[in-house]
Write a protein that binds this ligand. Structure first.
Ligand code: ADP
Length: 266
């Protein structure tokens, strides 16, 4: 454990980045990448300088969600080292393994290789000055999480969960991990995604498809802030698939993600 502290103290990577925020979930498919993308764009819309690292090495979705699939970042030489210029879209600087591997190819990497990819995304990318660098982590608890905390001083972690029992059980593990002494990353709070569904023709009704207020209970149990709820909205899914984050379109979704960004910025 002393090892972790040593690496952290001796390697102040990214000195021009004010806040490094990890976005994590226990389970896959709960909307972690959707929330990371929309949060990044919402923060950028406030005038902040924002970067997003897609650390989901085996299932990168950032290129699709930002409509930059197939783009290849430029590389420049600096002191004999290759420096990658991040792809910029909707005011957010992006880095993903999806930019470096052919589309549709399966990335089957062993832990150490995935970890070195993340290290490269942190150390060898020209992030410049940023107010926020978001790290969209893979689901669960993995080598990548350890690599992250050993490589950079993480300001805090945002936990994404749905209100469903299985998602909450996994989110609990994720939350405990951040609280472990050798990780010791402050948890900024819990976001409950897919909190409820409201049909257009019944705007007053809320249907709790995955259960009610599970995210709030989780936050309470761990004594961390509850950051808000995001409803299930068809346009959130559609905009993810079409590469135009939902937060860019006026409406309830824009409001929800903008409020989330304001809460995180506080
Ligand atoms: P994860 O990163 O946790 O694996 P994703 O962000 O890829 O999850 O989301 C999984 C799927 O659910 C995607 O198709 C996404 O568009 C959809 N989705 C996520 N959040 C919502 C939401 N609030 N409403 C509707 N669809 C959503």
């Amino acid at each position: 454990t002393s090892n972790v502290t040593t690496i952290r103290d001796n390697a102040p990577l990214l000195p021009k980045v004010k806040n490094i925020i990890a976005v994590a979930s226990g389970k896959g498919g709960v909307g972690k990448s959707t929330c990371s993308s929309n949060l990044a764009v919402a923060l950028a819309a406030t005038g902040a300088k924002v970067g997003l690292i897609d650390a989901d090495i085996s299932g990168p979705s950032v290129p699709t969600m930002f409509n930059v699939e197939g783009e290849q970042p430029a590389v420049k030489q600096e002191n004999g080292k290759n420096i990658i210029i991040p792809i910029e879209q909707y005011g957010v600087k992006l880095m993903s393994i999806g930019f470096l591997t052919p589309a549709d190819s399966a990335v089957v990497w062993r832990g150490p290789m995935a970890s070195s990819a993340l290290k490269q995304f942190i150390a060898d990318v020209e992030w410049g000055e940023l107010d926020y660098l978001l790290i969209d982590l893979p689901p669960g608890t993995s080598d990548i999480h350890l690599t992250m905390v050993q490589t950079v001083p993480v300001t805090g972690a945002v936990i994404i969960t749905t209100p469903q029992k299985v998602a909450l059980a996994d989110a609990t593990k994720g939350l405990s991990m951040f609280k472990q002494p050798q990780i010791n990353v402050p948890v900024l709070g819990v976001v409950e995604n897919m909190a409820y569904f409201t049909p257009e023709e019944l705007p007053e009704n809320k249907y709790y498809l995955f259960g009610k207020e599970g995210g709030q209970r989780l936050a309470k149990k761990f004594e961390v802030p509850f950051l808000g709820e995001i409803p299930i909205v068809q346009s959130i899914r559609e905009s993810g698939d079409s590469g135009f984050p939902a937060v860019l379109k006026e409406g309830v979704t824009q409001k929800a993600f903008t409020e989330l960004a304001e809460t995180v910025a506080r």
